[in-house]
Design a protein around this ligand. Structure first.
Ligand SMILES: [Fe+2]
Ligand SMILES: [Fe+2]
Length: 370
């Protein structure tokens, strides 16, 4: 990545419209500014900035050559919004080196964001990330999973379904508004690895539910199962959970107990007792019987567990840890494919490709964000 800032410099009139546009861009996470179209001001704009000229077209003011002269080499990053221009004038602007010209409508933020995405998709990605980060802070996502685990460590009861419901609402909103890749970047900034993992699995599960086209109620069941799938790790010693490297055989045996611990914790509460507890127990089982803790086989592993297992493995592969870089989504998906049939449900792995494709590299703009 490397690049970190793309400013949007807004110029033009009417003032009220530009101000409204500026406010909307800021709320969508853009680094937007209002400036005046003078040579000195433009010289101060960064080379990564995007210039936006807006106004009603007037032949005397909007001479293509003069405008091109004013913005200089920035003309390839300049968006013109000239309402009321005769379409036949279009070609003169193109000849002067402008390619991002909107003449058909008054300026709307939606069409402006569409043009910004054409000039530089990275600008939309950065804005989306900024907005997601803000929403995450205000919704308390970053802290909620950590709190949940702290509470479970201190007092192993599972009271947190309400909390799960509010997390689900917050995450659904975030994932609806941002590309999955933005969301993954965001989650990877959690310092608590287990919290990061649970949030990531929950998010992948929401995206998978959407890809599978399941309804609201089913999505809720899947989310709860994902959110709680590793609560048994609240019983795993932190030295093992946070060990910066591979576990030895003894540590691994202790780690594997989290599945049974999760089942025990969740079974104490009637609300989490049935399905949610079963997924916590069975999410490391494989169709061929090679999983743990019980080594059960295909016929004994239900669909909801098969779904969570896929999301869990994909999360483990794409997670960033101090001792391992995240695997790119396409590589992680190939690993899932190599396990399809023998260990994982082949139909579901095929369906998961849509989720993996959404995560692929991080610069896909979401134009429907507005
Ligand atoms: Fe697990
Ligand atoms: Fe897990």
């Amino acid at each position: 990545m490397g690049r970190s800032r793309v400013g949007i410099q807004l110029m033009g009139e009417p003032q009220a419209e530009i101000d409204a546009c500026l406010a909307e861009l800021l709320s969508q996470g853009f680094d937007a500014h209002r400036t005046v179209p003078g040579a000195r001001e433009l010289a101060r704009a960064g080379r990564q900035d995007i210039l936006v000229f807006a106004g009603r077209y007037r032949p005397d003011d909007h001479v293509p050559a003069r405008l091109a002269d004013l913005v200089g080499p920035m003309r390839s990053r300049t968006i013109l919004f000239l309402a009321g221009m005769d379409p036949r004038r279009f070609i003169a602007f193109e000849q002067a080196g402008f390619s991002f010209i909107n003449i058909t409508t008054d300026m709307s933020v939606k069409s402006l964001v569409g043009l910004i995405a054409q000039v530089d998709p990275h600008a939309v990605y950065l804005a989306s990330k900024t907005a997601a980060l803000r929403a995450s802070v205000s919704n308390g996502i970053a802290g909620a999973v950590v709190d949940l685990f702290d509470r479970l460590r201190a007092n192993p009861v599972a009271p947190a379904l309400e909390e799960a419901a509010s997390q689900r609402r917050a995450m659904t909103e975030l994932i609806g508004k941002s590309p999955m890749s933005v969301w993954i970047d965001l989650i990877q900034n959690y310092h608590d690895g287990t919290a990061q993992h649970c949030a990531l699995v929950s998010g992948y599960t929401l995206a998978f539910a959407r890809a599978l086209g399941v309804g609201e109620r089913q999505t809720g069941r899947l989310f709860d199962a994902a959110f709680f799938h590793d609560v048994g790790k609240a019983m795993t010693p932190l030295e093992i959970l946070d060990k910066p490297g591979a576990l030895d055989a003894t540590e691994w045996e202790i780690m594997k107990r989290h599945a049974a611990h999760g089942y025990d914790i969740l079974s104490r509460d009637a609300q989490t007792g049935g399905e949610i507890a079963r997924v916590a127990r069975d999410h490391h089982e494989y169709l061929d019987g090679s999983g743990y803790p019980r080594g059960i086989r295909a016929g004994e592993i239900d669909d909801i567990t098969r779904i969570i297992t896929i999301c869990d493995i994909f999360a483990a592969l794409t997670e960033k840890r101090s001792y391992k870089p995240p695997k790119p989504a396409d590589e992680a998906y190939s690993i899932l494919q190599s396990m399809a049939g023998a260990k994982l449900d082949a139909d579901l792995v095929r369906e998961f490709e849509k989720v993996a494709a959404e995560c692929d590299g991080g610069h896909r703009p979401v134009l429907s964000a507005a």
